[in-house]
Design a protein around this ligand. Structure first.
Ligand SMILES: [Zn+2]
Length: 272
């Protein structure tokens, strides 16, 4: 082969240029792994990135676990191990302040966030500092909503497609804006007020009662920042499984623990 041929010389120069460019964009092996995983996460984009709204009543006979206000390196890892043990996929609605490098535990929480994603759970945006989104101006949207997206994208390789409004507060303009940003809004219909619980046992009793009163199930709101919640989690899962065994024996409908995608697939409505 004649290296002096003009097209070969061009190819050689292009090849030499590509090496540093590739080195700059690829980063570490870890980054590549998360980027590949990120493509995985984006497989959900066609389903989630369409401005749907979930209120918990879409998929009767199923229940899904959602955890807000984390991650917290002191409590979330314990929950992640339990979720793996029972093979349950949950959804985590993140406060950006938790994964900010300058907040206490921020860097440790970043590792937990990557772990949530790596283990196949869904990530959602819950604003940077738990603000009522109906009060935000353009600058507020930048810091409270878009900045969280960017940090999650930086850590996992994919932006979140789910949004849970702090305090459940929305209005027509904020709903329109969330739809425009391709978010699926995730509300809830089962709230045991875990942050008010005295201990795990008390919370277990409340949650059992709530499920008995709502046998169709739905979207359960919990907080992975609350140690009683994390302690209660295996108790409620085992109770649901025992209850299902009883219901099945009587030929009655069970309550299956599922991922949030079941709710989006079954009859979720568009935000507007
Ligand atoms: Zn919250």
């Amino acid at each position: 082969m004649n290296l002096r041929a003009p097209h070969i010389r061009l190819l050689t120069i292009a090849g030499l240029l590509l090496v540093p460019i590739a080195a700059l964009t690829w980063g570490s092996i870890d980054d590549i792994r998360y980027k590949i995983k990120g493509i995985d996460g984006n497989l959900w984009a066609p389903l989630f990135a369409r401005g749907w709204m979930v209120d918990g009543r879409e998929s009767p006979g199923t229940i899904t676990f959602t955890f807000d206000d984390g991650p917290d390196h002191r409590t979330t890892p314990v929950l992640l191990d339990q979720l793996d043990k029972y093979n349950i996929k949950a959804s985590f609605f993140i406060n950006g302040v938790r994964i900010h490098p300058r907040t206490a535990g921020g860097v440790l929480n970043q590792a937990v966030l990557r772990d949530i994603y790596r283990r196949g759970h869904f990530l959602g945006n819950h604003t940077h500092s738990h603000r009522d989104i109906t009060t935000l101006d353009d600058e507020g949207w930048r810091t409270e909503v878009f900045q969280v997206e960017q940090v999650i994208r930086w850590l996992t390789g994919t932006r979140p497609w789910l949004f849970r409004p702090p305090f459940g507060r929305t209005d027509a303009p904020t709903l329109a804006r969330l739809a425009q940003e391709h978010y699926t809004l995730v509300m809830w219909n089962l709230d045991p007020n875990d942050w008010k619980a005295r201990n795990a046992r008390d919370l277990f009793e409340r949650t059992k009662r709530l499920i008995e009163e709502n046998p169709d199930g739905g979207v359960l709101l919990l907080h992975d920042t609350n140690s009683s919640t994390v302690e209660m989690f295996p108790l409620i899962v085992e109770w649901i499984e025992e209850r299902n065994a009883r219901l099945r024996a009587r030929g009655e409908r069970t309550l299956e623990i599922v991922g949030l995608e079941h709710f989006v697939r079954s009859k979720a409505k568009h935000i507007r």
